[in-house]
Design a protein around this ligand. Structure first.
Ligand code: ASP
Length: 452
């Protein structure tokens, strides 16, 4: 059995949904299908999810709710007309939105989740109706029927029983059309995953039914070895391991949600990233182990928006528990960190800047100085992390030398180097103004020659 997920652009219009239908019809193994909300039809278009966030905002702040509902309904109406469906379906969607809008606003986050989720929920109903009309028996299945998620305040994830419940879908006779992006808590409260979370739903379904393959349909032919917005015409990745994909999950690799790897990873189910607009292209396969031997570097990614907390204390290396106490302070501020490179008497904690506020920074610095008696503690901002990834890097000497030479050719100073102990990644912290230049220089170094 194959589980498929079709992303926003794949289900953005009647024309796109017809492509989805043809893809599913072409292979009877494609039995369980997760769908996104209608995405952008052109680069200027607005995703339905964003229209819905805007609608929720209007409800909470006395905006023009009626007009915003109409805009959303119109998107579905156009799709229904284009698919030759009975347009009364748009009345059903309008009524559904009215009901959600009139819902409980005492918890804003949950209220917004309930509005947001209607994007995929109504699209799944509409797509199931079209499949039946066009001659492929299909049924809409609600996440209420099994996709159980945790409660607030943690971020949303599927509970173990979700997999057990959803495993029933493997016996389905009809094609199952399942809305992506959300689940329900045990007490029936709707919660969405992070943005792009339909990938996660697809992965949960693939794992639950023990699929042979999880096909993730999007609007690009493959995953590229570097961000195509920065590097001209980067090489396509045909095969990549879960671990490599995970290490590359910074900017330019957002084609697949990084949290979506977990459910399939646990079961070793391969993922195939494919293009709805070019379904015969082989796409990129994400696999437990790579058979294709090629370059030692598989990809290079980069992301900006990092801050560094620098802490130094004489004889830090002799002090039992220093690292734990420092990280506990970070934890108590509800901050997750990415790297902790250290020296004998100093340690840096690297984190995403968007988790910080001036007050939080001040509190952290004061606590580190007062409670840990650090000689120095301060924050620095405006860093990028550049990551070079490849399973083949493990047995390759001189790779770091080549990378540092390429970086120094841009005039950038390397603030931090971190080689993961698995040796499949090498991370460089640099001033973010050099990010694009460095990415280009590294790409030229590792990809412009066949020996790389
Ligand atoms: N529609 C949601 C979003 O735009 C979820 C998804 O498409 O994966 O983030």
């Amino acid at each position: 059995m194959i589980v498929c997920k079709f992303g926003g652009t794949s289900v953005a219009s009647a024309e796109q949904i017809k492509k989805v239908f043809n893809i599913v019809k072409a292979n009877p193994e494609r039995k369980v299908i997760a769908v996104s909300a209608p995405g952008k039809r052109s680069s200027e278009d607005i995703k339905v999810t964003d229209l819905l966030i805007d609608l929720a905002d209007a409800v909470l702040n006395n905006g023009d709710v009626k007009q915003k509902i109409q805009t959303v309904v119109k998107r579905y109406e156009d799709i229904a007309v284009g698919l030759g469906l009975d347009t009364t379906i748009s009345n059903v969607i309008a009524a559904d939105l009215q009901e959600r809008v009139a819902g409980d606003i005492s918890n804003k986050e949950l209220f917004i989740d309930s509005i947001k989720a209607s994007g995929e929920d109504n699209n799944a109903k509409l797509i199931a109706a079209y499949f039946n009309l066009a001659g492929v028996p299909a049924r809409y299945v609600s996440p209420k029927d099994g996709l159980v998620v945790n409660n607030l305040p943690e971020r949303t994830f599927a509970l173990p029983e979700a997999y057990e419940n959803l495993s029933q879908l493997k016996n389905t006779k009809e094609v199952v059309i399942f809305p992506g992006f959300f689940g329900y808590t045990k007490s029936g409260i709707l919660r969405t995953f992070d943005r792009g979370g339909s990938d996660i739903t697809g992965s949960i379904l693939a794992s639950a039914v023990g699929a042979d393959l999880y096909e993730n349909f999007t609007d690009v032919d493959c995953v590229f070895s570097a961000n195509p917005k920065v590097v001209n015409n980067p090489a396509e990745i045909k095969e990549i391991t879960y671990r490599e994909m995970r290490e590359l999950s910074y900017a330019g690799f957002s084609v697949f949600h990084d949290e979506a790897l977990m459910p399939v990873y646990k079961q070793g189910i391969p993922v195939n990233i494919k293009n709805t607009n070019n379904p015969t292209a082989p796409g990129t396969r994400i696999v437990p182990m790579r058979t294709e031997k090629g370059r030692s570097v598989t990809g290079i990614s980069a992301d900006s928006g990092f801050s560094i907390l620098y802490v130094s204390k004489y004889l830090m290396n002799r002090e039992v528990g220093f690292g734990r106490k420092l990280l506990q302070i970070i934890e108590e501020e509800n901050i997750s960190y990415e790297h902790t490179p250290s020296g004998l008497d100093d340690i840096s904690v690297i984190m995403r800047s968007n988790q910080l506020t001036p007050e939080k920074e001040e509190r952290i610095v004061n606590r580190v100085k007062d409670e840990l008696h650090a000689d120095d503690a301060h924050f620095r901002h405006g860093f990028s992390m550049i990551v070079i990834v490849g399973e083949g890097m493990r047995n390759n000497t001189g790779l770091a030398a080549r990378a540092t030479a390429a970086i120094s050719s841009t005039g950038a100073n390397i603030e931090m180097i971190n080689q993961g102990s698995s040796e499949v990644s090498l991370v460089f912290g640099v001033n973010q103004q050099f990010e694009d230049q460095i990415l280009k220089a590294l790409y030229a170094e590792f990809f412009s020659t066949v020996t790389a």
